[in-house]
Design a binder for this molecule. Sequence first.
Ligand code: PEP
Length: 251
Amino acid sequence: MASAPRPLVAGNWKMNGLKASRAELGKIIEGAKANPVACDLMICPPATLLESFATVALGSPVAIGAQDCHAEPVGAFTGDISAEMLRDAGASAVIVGHSERRATHRESDADVKAKASAAARAGLMAILCIGETREEREAGATLARIERQLDGSLPDTLDAQKLVIAYEPVWAIGTGLTPTVKDVAEVHAFIRKRLLKGNERTGGAVRILYGGSVKPANARELMGVADVNGALVGGASLKAEDFLGIAAAYR
Ligand code: PEP
């Protein structure tokens, strides 16, 4: 059996951060250098900070990612940013299909698939988010929802260098609530099985992150679950101490 992929701990800063936040990124980089962890690290700042963060992080253990992209490479799409532009600004990855965008921008699985494919086209790694709502969990419809999202949004060709899945239960994001370890294990095993279907060579190498209220206090337990290959972290990634405290699960 192939060995588990190298984990990734990625921070999604959402719409937070000004130029002064470079100091916090600096603390993350210094902390990662002083106390190395056995996982990849990434910070996804707002688009306005991508270029300066990429400059600060160059040659450091911290990669820089973006939070969304348009599916087209160029064109008349006012206010949007293409995957090629993100790469040009220094990003090496982009989050696609975050539940906040699915909800507030009405993004469909087909939209998310087009964005994940655009990321690969531009040489970026897509962090593709999926997850059930509270109503779906309570109705016992979690796995059906996950299956629909995977069927509708996975790119046609799986490339473990260009794709990461983030399982983020919508009800766990920013709420302080987390699923039980058993529930996380069930969903991650289900995702792994689906990735392996027809992709025996690459399906095992695609990282599956857990996201939703990950904190230093619960990271070790969550990261210890089978087929959890890291975390996508929102609120706790804004403070170097907390972000590094989560990554320390891999020390
Ligand atoms: C997220 O928004 O991707 C997320 C996981 O947020 P939080 O860690 O704050 O729950």
